[in-house]
Structure formats: structure tokens, C-alpha cells
Design a protein around this ligand. Sequence first.
Ligand code: SF4
Ligand code: SF4
Length: 135
Amino acid sequence: MMDRKFKFSFPERNVQDSIVFSMVSEFKIEPSILRAAIDDDGCGVLILRLRGDDELIEKALRYAEDQDVEIDELGDHIMRDEQRCFSCGACVSVCPTKAFTLDPETFKVNLNIEKCVACGSCLSACSAHAVTLTL
Ligand code: SF4
Ligand code: SF4
């Protein structure tokens, strides 16, 4: 059983539901929607966690790509420049998933990439421009 996260970019919003439904019904994978949004250019964006057999996940991804969905896998999609970061905590307060947390003992801000859903809130909050999103 694999557990992977992806960004799906849809050219039109109205295809989201049927594609995700088909991924569940045809490929027996379990999707969890971590974030749904509309980009500045009007594209629909879903951040999905997919659980299931890796081969079936790959087939589901190919199916979605055939429906003109652009897919990026989340992994090292967010980076923090340790030299720039001065642990001010601004990102901690805006991060909806607690990917950024403040260590109460060291007062150092830590980043757990696994929890990040690529919302981008921390980018504008960080006055040091220490955070980079590559999606
Ligand atoms: S907002 Fe920027 S400088 Fe402040 S803790 Fe977060 S990453 Fe570091
Ligand atoms: S992009 Fe930044 S604010 Fe958004 S979930 Fe990831 S770490 Fe948190």
C-alpha cells in the first residue's frame, strides 16, 4: 500500500469530480483531498493524497493525464533556506497544516515537508524570502 501526494491542475473546474470519482471506482485507490483551489489563471487545483497499490496509482495517474490533467508529485516541492531563516515564526502562524512548527525548547522553527499542501501562505508571510515552492 503506497501513500503519495500530488498536485492536479485542471484546465476546467467541472471535470474535477468525475475524474476523482473514476479514479476511485476504476482503480480502487483512496483519494483524500488536502486542498482545493482556483489558480490565478482560472485553473482548478487539487492537492490529493492517494493511497493504494502503486501500480494502480500509476494507472490512475495516466488516466487523469489523458483527461488533460497536469500532475506534479509532492516531495521536495518546498524548500527553506536555512541561512536566510531567522525563526521569526511568521510562517508558523499562517500554515494551515502545521507543516511549520516552533520548537518550544530551542525556539527554532522546523519544517515537516510531509505535511505541506503547497498553499503558498508561508511565502508571502516570510519577510526573509527564505521559502521556495517549486510547483
Ligand atoms: S517566516 Fe521565514 S524567516 Fe520566519 S521562521 Fe518562517 S521561514 Fe524562517
Ligand atoms: S506552503 Fe507553506 S503555509 Fe502552505 S502548507 Fe506548505 S508549509 Fe504550510
